[in-house]
Design a protein around this ligand. Structure first.
Ligand code: GDP
Length: 423
């Protein structure tokens, strides 16, 4: 049985927590897209961790964690993260796709230089190299893992690659050029480091599917950051959709039977771009301070996240594009301080109401239309069953569920693994 755990919004919905929790019953956990540019926060008996590149199944010793072919594979990030996890005494199994594409240091530099060049028109990139990486991948000049072990070919390829990169570095960015032999030597070292993990992970997964194993596909970011369907151009450079997961790991699309879309009980987003139900000033500061497990600050960059009211228009769209078969709402506990809770149920553009998500320019023009529900004014952490929630909290969940048109099967009332209410 293959299950995808994906974001319905702008990312940071709590996918890591839910994957870690669901991993209890899984055999394999797989990352299928994105790189080390976002973080999944996981709090369990081992401590608090922010995973960037390792799949969230690493806290279960028997699970195979797979870095799929669709990932922007940052070997340095993997090395650092593994060192941290090993330090905590955690043992895990890892497999890396022999077709995963490698993120190179110049991708990170290019990302940084380009944001500098764009100045006030910047994208708000995490500067992890993701956009230049995927550009190279689709321009077919990037390097797949298997190429690390074809030394002569690799050297030739790098030589050609850096002729082009260096023209850009020298003339566009006015930055030092890169010696391709240095890159070659680094890659040879990295090739040795990852060798024990490299395998045909698509075959591994196709076999696992045939054997009826339980596989979790772990998404990074969310629908609204999808390259095609998100708030372009303020998106990420890979597809964040469950539909892409089949490609990003190499299994048949019809094998993905369950798609859990994760959404927060309010909205949060990082980076630039339109955000219709965003709040500002003191109202935002308070929600940001109370949000997540330690406030709404990026797991990767520590940047304050933008926050807002729950956006039912964006989330319904997010769930539909994911093909959600069920929804998990996280961070319901965070709203316990509010007298009343607003939900954005429509957008208004030039006097016309829309209940469908719009293209970016229209999102910038859109004003939120809110419906207001009463708050429950209490701390719901520690509550063990959905039925025990205050009536107003249940009404809120059920109101959102109706807006989304998909069953909310799980409500998370705290950041820790066990803090979950099943419906
Ligand atoms: P991901 O990238 O989707 O895994 O999300 P992040 O880890 O970046 O952000 C989610 C934040 O919410 C983290 O700080 C989590 O610890 C926290 N979190 C997850 N579920 C809950 C919850 O139910 N309540 C609270 N208060 N925090 C939660």
């Amino acid at each position: 049985m293959v299950k995808a755990i994906v974001g319905a919004n702008w990312g940071d919905e709590g996918k890591g927590k839910i994957t870690d929790m669901c991993a209890d019953k899984a055999d394999i956990v797989v990352r299928f897209q994105g790189g080390a540019n976002a973080g999944h926060t996981i709090i369990n008996e081992h401590g608090r961790f922010a995973l960037h590149i390792l799949p969230s199944g690493i806290f279960h010793e028997n699970i195979i964690n797979v870095i799929g072919n669709g990932v922007a594979f940052d070997i340095n990030a993997l090395k650092n993260e593994m060192a941290e996890i090993n330090k905590a005494g955690i043992k895990f199994k890892l497999a890396v796709s022999d077709r995963a594409q490698i993120l190179l240091n110049h991708h990170i530099l290019m990302d940084t230089y380009e944001e500098e060049r764009l100045a006030d028109k910047k994208f708000g990139s995490t500067k992890s190299g993701i956009a230049p990486f995927y550009s190279d991948k689709y321009a077919k000049v990037g390097i797949q893992v298997w190429e690390l072990y074809e030394k002569d070919m690799l050297k030739e390829k790098l030589k050609g690659m850096y002729e082009k990169v260096n023209i850009q570095f020298k003339y566009l960015y006015n930055k030092p050029e890169i010696d391709y032999m240095e890159v070659y030597n680094t890659l040879c070292e990295q090739a040795e480091f990852i060798k024990p993990y490299v395998t045909d992970t698509s075959k591994l997964l196709r076999n696992a599917v045939k054997e009826g194993k339980s596989i979790l596909l772990e998404g990074q970011l969310g629908t609204l950051k999808d390259t095609d369907h998100g708030i372009y151009p303020y998106v990420t450079s890979s597809s964040t959709l469950a539909g892409y997961a089949a490609v990003g790991v190499g299994i048949p699309p019809y094998e993905i039977k369950d798609i859990i879309a994760i959404t927060k009980a309010y909205s949060s987003a990082v980076g630039e771009g339109p955000f219709v139900s965003e709040v500002f000033g003191e109202e935002a500061d308070e929600l940001r301070r109370r949000g997540g497990d330690k406030g709404e600050f990026g797991a990767k960059t520590g940047r304050p996240r933008r926050v807002g009211h729950f956006d039912a228009v964006a989330t319904r769209y997010g769930c539909e594009l994911q093909g959600a078969t069920e929804v998990c709402m996280t961070c319901l506990d965070v709203l316990g301080y509010m007298d009343e809770i607003k939900v954005c149920t429509a957008y208004e553009v030039d006097g016309v109401k829309y209940t469908d998500f719009l293209t970016t320019a229209n999102l910038y023009r859109a004003k939120p239309v809110y419906e207001t529900l009463p708050g429950w004014k209490s701390d719901i952490r520690g509550i063990k069953s959905y039925d025990e929630l205050p009536k107003e909290a249940k009404d809120y969940v059920e109101f959102v569920e109706k807006q989304l048109g998909v069953k909310i099967t799980m409500v998370s009332n705290g950041p820790e693994r066990h803090e979950i209410l099943f419906r």
